[in-house]
Write a protein that binds this ligand. Sequence first.
Ligand code: NAD
Length: 485
Amino acid sequence: MKLEAPKQILNYINGEFSDPESGKFMDNVNPATGEVYSQTPDSDADDVQLAVDAAKQAFSAWSTSSPEFRFKILNKIAELIDENLEAFALAESNDNGKPLWLSKKVDIPRASDNFRFFATGLMHFASESHGMQGKAINYTLRNPIGVVGCISPWNLPLYLFTWKIAPALAMGNCVIAKPSEVTPMTGYLLSEICQQAGLPAGVLNIVHGNGPNCGSVIVSHPEIKAISFTGSTRAGKDIAATAAPMFKKLSLELGGKNPNIIFADCDWDKMMRTTIQSSFANQGQICLCGSRILVEESIYEKFKTEFIERVKALQPGDPLLDTSKQGAIVSKLHYEKVLSCIELAKEEGGIILSGGKAVKPEGRCANGYFIEPTIIEGLGPDCRTNMEEIFGPVVTLQSFKTEEEALVLANTSDYGLAATIWTENVTRANRLANKVHSGIIWVNCWLLRDLRTPFGGFKNSGVGREGGWEAMRFFTEPKNVCIEL
Ligand code: NAD
């Protein structure tokens, strides 16, 4: 069956497609054209309750099903995503504004990889055992938690949605999942795929809606025992405030303000090529983008000149054209926020070296939300521009003289998600990697991902880790059994 983005998205509850109980829908806008192109359910507590009822019903059979059975279904979902790559990629690009070539190359392949990775992972998963010198043996049971909630953001819609759903299902849980209301389309297409793949009814329920009416109901629902959330630090704080007193398991992947530290002894061409990507990929709307570029003083002017020249070639344009290096900002609201951050940078004394303005491409994208890739210098480390997450195509440049100074600049942040270090001196790289306060450090690369590694942040960037065994263990309730021999 050919997948197509519908005019009206439906909830997927108990294996069936349905309107929200209230009958209310929200407009879904294509940010590259500014036009409403579909409707998405404005679900509320009634819909979440139906989903929880279905999930509870499904839990007994799913949680006791064999690993082989779960493997086959999750692997089938991965295959069907691959078979429908074109349809998924087009839907993602129309919903989010990202270049179609990027969704084809990164977002959609990664979504099927997530299912494949956790499908195979579940076949190899083993729990721990601790012997006590022949006196006793401990073994740890890792049972599924029950009904769990997965809530994801708009920047890498299907990629991050599946990064949570796949390990939750692999470990035998039933899931209530909510994609971002800003980019609901590929979450909907995934539900069609799940039905085709033979996922039993109620095992995965995808409820569409916004944060206040739907997301917060998932978080506060007493029968949803764990919440895996990726999104803003602001929403993460609200979620923690609700879920912590209910003693729910929580995984929070939040914002970032990542340093990109560049030393004079780096591999110049590789650094420059990668820094352009790490600054502006997906219009800078990746939580891992390096938005604070710290450059050793001796190469600062050289870096600045070449960086500006190369960034000027990244003009945004129609996301459906292969020639567009940059697409649209995800929504009018976010576009206005990013433009206001650029104004704030100017008020704080920042100098715009390149970009700084909205772009109106000709033709079908004339009313879309496009912003030039923007480079700013002249700001200190603790102004708002360098402290607050912008989450758009905006980077700042700062220079440093010594490694110690670079470290202080890097750590002058309330966030601690990712950092990139460019140097050919492996001893220095290792020393700094140890001292930078971030959950993820890339040395001489960026966004090189091994799905087995722990993924997550320090400080305001979140709590807990995703990836590999970390994610699989998160979705279990460990129970230790001690037998005296
Ligand atoms: P957001 O917090 O506004 O929304 C994320 C999701 O949470 C959406 O589905 C939304 O409907 C829902 N939501 C909002 N308020 C809620 C509440 N009170 N209770 C329950 N659900 C609620 O974030 P966004 O604007 O969609 O995404 C951008 C943010 O996500 C940025 O801050 C970015 O850094 C962060 N992000 C982090 C990571 C990571 O891995 N650390 C990855 C991608 C994005």
